[in-house]
Design a protein around this ligand. Structure first.
Ligand code: 13P
Length: 254
């Protein structure tokens, strides 16, 4: 059985003191929870601080992006080994905000996923369609193309730590989440895609997260779906109470 995973993408929020306070409060709220994996993805500037806060807890650390080279003259970039050094176990790759504002492409995402996996970081690879694409009936076509290009030249043994996040662009930060049925349809497609392109056992173990206006209320419906294994949470993850409630509500059979 796949363990639900709830990851908080703090985006460009929180100074050092604010971040420590938020992580401390989340740690208190989720201290005794079992059967759910929690990952905090704060900005680079506070990774080490959050790593210290989450010691002696089961909460894990993730980053929001990574560069593909190991080191060198790449001003402003952060390498996979630097993230490991800060205590990261996960890294979000290919978020739609990076595709939209920072020229991220499926090709650069492919390189980043490869670099992350090589160093033992678990990539959370984001895919998702725009409103225009959904309205044109192109959702599955878009997801298929993103998966194909982001995961080109990998063998199943290369991608064992991979997590996929389905984040419809029209649902991010809009308060308008995909319904559980809309999300499940895409999640099922993604799982089958991995079955066809990698292996049945890998596709069955793969965790596929939903992201886009997840809240304590709607996570209950989403998590009931067979192929929804958790959430990548934006806005609601920077409030300790709402994020903790999402985590509690994501534990199956509650
Ligand atoms: P919101 O939860 O704010 O819609 O953001 C989702 C997201 O982008 C998570 O990566």
């Amino acid at each position: 059985m796949r363990k639900p995973l709830i990851a908080g993408n703090w985006k460009m929020h929180k100074t050092i003191n604010e971040a420590i306070a938020l992580a401390t409060n989340i740690k208190k709220e989720v201290a005794n929870l079992r059967n759910v994996e929690v990952v905090l993805c704060p900005p680079f500037t506070v990774l080490s601080h959050i790593y210290n806060v989450i010691q002696e807890s089961d909460i894990k650390l993730g980053a929001q992006d990574v560069f593909w080279e190991k080191e060198g003259a790449y001003t402003g970039e952060i390498s996979p080994i630097m993230l490991k050094d800060c205590g990261c176990e996960y890294v979000i790759i290919g978020h739609s905000e990076r595709r939209q504002y920072f020229s991220e492409t499926d090709q650069t995402i492919n390189k980043k996923i490869k670099a992350a996996l090589e160093i033992g970081l678990n990539p959370i690879c984001c895919v998702g369609e725009t409103l225009e694409e959904r309205e044109a009936g192109k959702t599955i076509e878009v997801i298929n193309k993103q998966l194909k290009q982001c995961l080109i030249n990998f063998k199943v043994e290369d991608i064992l730590g991979l997590v996929i996040a389905y984040e419809p662009v029209w649902a991010i930060g809009t308060g308008k989440n995909a319904t559980a049925q809309q999300a499940e349809e895409v999640h099922k497609f993604i799982r089958n895609w991995f079955k066809e392109n990698f292996s049945t056992s890998f596709s069955e173990s793969l965790r596929i997260l939903y992201g886009g206006s997840v809240k304590p209320t709607n996570i209950k419906e989403l998590i009931k779906e067979e192929d929804i294994d958790g959430a990548l949470v934006g806005g609601a993850s920077i409030d300790a109470i709402s994020f903790s409630q999402i985590i509690k509500n994501a534990i199956k059979n509650v």
